[in-house]
Design a binder for this molecule. Sequence first.
Ligand code: FAD
Length: 434
Amino acid sequence: MAEKSFKYVIVGGGVAAGYAAREFAKQGLKPGELAIISKEAVAPYERPALSKAYLFPESPARLPGFHVCVGSGGERLLPDWYKEKGIELILRTEIVKADLAAKILISAAGETFKYQILIIATGSSVIRLTDFGVQGADAKNIFYLREIDDADKLVEAFKAKKNGKAVIVGGGYIGLELGAVLQMNNFDVSMVYPEPWCMPRLFTSDIAAFYEGYYKNKGIKIIKGTVAVGFTSDSNGEVKEVKLKDGRVLEADIVVVGVGGRPLTTLFKGQVEEEKGGIKTDASFKTSVTGVYAVGDVATFPLKLYNELRRVEHVDHARKSAEQAVKAIKASEEGKTVEEYDYLPFFYSRSFDLSWQFYGDNVGDTVLFGDNNPASPKPKFGTYWIKDGKVIGAFLEGGTPEENKAIAKVAKAQPPVENPDLLIKEGLSFAAKI
Ligand code: FAD
């Protein structure tokens, strides 16, 4: 079987891989030194587009439009860019075995890839209802969304089940974004989740009340406090009904499940130190194995600002961790070091005409400011999180780029708060002063 050897190999061809490739090229790379091995069939792209513009009924986004690095305002790296730089893009190739001691990767087709330096950028996989043995969960037209192939299957189903009924299982990012695009595609949408409000890992009940109200005004039905426990299908094996734990039954032509992800670390189990479900790294994304780095969703890294190890499943960190790892690799070749990774957590989402950003940490007490009436023509509101008398997190719906920058600054600077009540009145002007 074929054997190939590279100085640098990135396993995984997603967001982090693309931004790492750009950084390698910036730092200086000889042709043939770098390979990206990906099980996907396309060059690295901005994954968040899959649950947003990719599924729009009008002028949907399509490749090559959203290859990295357009998501952060950078150059779009088309497949030819990799060719020009002498970077080998090895697509449709799943690595099924990794031997970190021997510095070897083996693909499903039996090819062997040798490396000197490895960057693990395998991202996450979705949690499936079949993983928990939910009855009937293998029916046709029950969808998950992680890769472009999944999004293409959804687009096909949108056409096949025009004006049908859709049930969304899960009230996180994917659930909220998919609920919106399905409604925009003229589906009759119901959302089901067990928690008392949507996005409970980040949203306060006040923030969630706005989005739930807004979705209801769009005609989306929200069913909380219960879960899908089974599915019935027709004679073609296509899903027809979703059975809920509380006894209710929902008709469904399409079901989209968004109940979370798991970092893809299995290939490396027992070979590298793990922590908090991810691969443990230092502030340069170096793992416990010499010459092996881990970036993006799989990395559990020291978050300097909060003095603790964290894993972050968001695109901004995927980009920045990849750049940091490549800078560290290149610096170490010259006997130099790089500055510690000093990351400010940043999450965002968009659906309908809405757009929010969050920076910092969401622990402690909260204050809500602004207009969070879902029926307002131009709602704009935010929340500050206060811990030990300091603002440590900030959320803003409907902010301008300058306003979003201001809340980022607040979360980083962590200014003291004397009077939380005043903060409610001051709202955004408090952030603008920092
Ligand atoms: P990924 O981008 O997932 O890339 C991993 C790559 O590795 C994939 O190409 C995969 O096929 C490949 N791979 C895995 N295992 C193997 C193997 N064994 N062999 C070969 N290849 C392999 N974050 C936000 O901050 N905001 C958003 O709005 C947002 N929206 C999102 C919408 C969707 C639909 C999804 C799925 C995620 C979204 N995210 C969002 C999260 C964000 O996209 C991820 O955090 C980011 O993509 C992580 O980058 P990564 O490079 O670590 O992993």
